[in-house]
Design a protein around this ligand. Structure first.
Ligand SMILES: C[S@@+](CC[C@H](N)C(=O)[O-])C[C@H]1O[C@@H](n2cnc3c(N)ncnc32)[C@H](O)[C@@H]1O
Length: 330
C-alpha cells in the first residue's frame, strides 16, 4: 500500500492497535503537522491559520486563567499538556506566564507521536533557558497513568481532538486520572458529531478520499500524495462529553467553537479576489453571532470544535462529619 504508516514502539518493536496507528500517522505527518495546524512556528501569537477563530478564543481563555492565577498572588505555576503535538500551546503559555511574572514555571507536554515531541523540544530550546522555567516534552500515552502527583497541576490541557483519537471506552478512566492531578482547571476541545470534516494531519483539500465509520470510530483516509491510513476518530455529542467529565470535575463551560467563521473563509481556488479583503465589521458580526449560538442546542454540535472548561471539584464534607466539627467549635 503506498505510503503505509509504519507502526513502532519507542524500542522499535511494532505497536499494535489504534494508539499505535495514531502515533504512526502523527509521526509521518512530522513537521508538516505544525505548519498545517499552527502556521509559522516563530509567530506564536499570530492567529491567522486554519483554526484562527477557535485558536484566538482558546488563547484568550488560557490567558485569562493565567492572569487570574497571577492576580491571586500565585508566583509558581504547573501546566500539563496531554497530547501536546508540536508543543505550540505550551510554548505560548510558558512565554506568557513568564511575562506575567511567575517566577517558577513547571510545564510538561507529552504525546504519543515521537516526531511531534522532537519538534516540540527543538522549538522550545530558548524557553527552557528562561530563569525559573522547566519545560519538558515526553513521549507517552494518555491512556496510561500520569506521573504527576495528586492536585499538582494548575492548568491541564488536552486540545484539538486528542480525546477524539482515544478508545472511547477508556475515557472514564482517563478523565479520572486527569482529575486526580488537576488542582485548578482542565480545558479540552474535541470534534462534535455535526462538525465539518477533517483529516487532522493535512488540510481537507489534500485528501482524495475519506470516509468516517461512526459505528466503529474509524476514518479511512487517502491523501493526494498517496498516503493511505485509517485513523481512530470519535465524534462527540455534547451530552457524552459532559457525562465523561461531570463525574470528576465541575463543568464551567461547554460550548461550540467556530460555527460560522470557517464558512466565511474565502477559498482562492473558487472565490473572486474581492472577497479576500479583510472586513472587520463582518468579522465582529460573526463573533457576535458565534456568542449567540455557541451553546444553543440546535447549533452547538455543528461547531468545528466543542470546548469544555472544567475545574477541580471542591470536596463536600459528609454531613455527619461537618455537623460533628460544628458542634465541637461551638
Ligand atoms: C490534532 S493533534 C493536536 C495537537 C496539540 N494538542 C495541538 O493542539 O496542537 C492530536 C494529537 O494527539 C496525539 N495523541 C493521540 N492519541 C494520543 C494518546 N493516546 N496519548 C498521547 N497523545 C495522543 C497525537 O499524536 C497528536 O499529536
Amino acid at each position: 500500500m503506498p505510503g503505509r504508516a509504519n507502526i513502532h514502539n519507542l524500542n522499535g518493536t511494532p505497536r499494535n492497535g489504534a494508539a499505535g496507528s495514531v502515533a504512526a500517522i502523527y509521526n509521518q505527518a512530522g513537521d508538516g503537522y505544525a505548519a498545517y495546524a499552527d502556521g509559522d512556528p516563530e509567530q506564536l501569537f499570530v492567529f491567522d491559520g486554519l483554526h484562527a477563530y477557535a485558536d484566538r478564543y482558546v488563547w484568550r481563555l488560557l490567558d485569562a486563567k493565567l492572569t487570574e492565577l497571577r492576580s491571586s498572588g500565585q508566583t509558581s505555576i504547573s501546566i500539563l499538556d496531554a497530547g501536546c503535538g508540536p508543543g505550540t500551546w505550551l510554548r505560548r503559555l510558558v512565554t506568557r506566564a513568564h511575562a506575567l511574572g511567575f517566577t517558577k514555571i513547571t510545564a510538561r507536554g507529552f504525546d504519543i507521536a515521537q516526531a511531534q515531541i522532537e519538534r516540540a523540544r527543538l522549538l522550545s530550546r530558548n524557553l527552557s533557558m528562561l530563569p525559573g522555567a522547566r519545560l519538558e516534552f515526553d513521549v507517552a500515552d494518555l491512556s496510561g497513568p500520569l506521573p504527576e502527583a495528586d492536585k499538582s497541576v494548575d492548568l491541564a490541557l488536552c486540545l484539538y481532538s486528542v480525546l477524539s483519537h482515544l478508545q472511547i471506552a477508556t475515557l472514564p478512566q482517563i478523565a479520572a486520572e486527569l482529575a486526580r492531578v488537576t488542582s485548578g482547571h482542565f480545558i479540552t476541545t474535541v470534534r462534535p458529531v455535526g462538525s465539518p470534516p477533517s483529516v487532522f494531519v493535512e488540510p481537507i483539500e489534500k485528501a482524495n478520499h475519506f470516509r468516517q465509520d461512526n459505528a466503529r470510530d474509524r476514518c479511512e483516509i487517502e491523501l493526494c500524495d498517496g498516503r493511505r491510513f485509517t485513523l481512530n476518530i470519535h465524534l462527540f455529542t455534547v451530552s457524552e462529553l459532559r457525562r465523561y467529565f461531570a463525574d470528576c470535575f465541575e463543568i464551567e463551560t461547554l460550548r461550540g467553537l467556530d460555527l460560522f467563521h470557517s464558512r466565511f473563509t474565502p477559498d482562492a481556488r473558487w472565490n473572486p479576489k474581492s472577497l479576500f479583503l479583510a472586513d472587520d465589521e463582518l468579522s465582529d458580526e460573526l463573533s457576535r453571532i458565534e456568542e449567540v449560538y455557541a451553546s444553543s442546542p440546535e447549533f452547538i454540535e455543528h461547531a468545528a470544535h466543542l470546548l469544555l472548561v472544567a475545574r477541580r471539584r471542591v470536596a463536600v464534607e459528609p454531613f455527619n462529619r461537618r455537623a460533628a466539627s460544628d458542634s465541637r467549635s461551638r
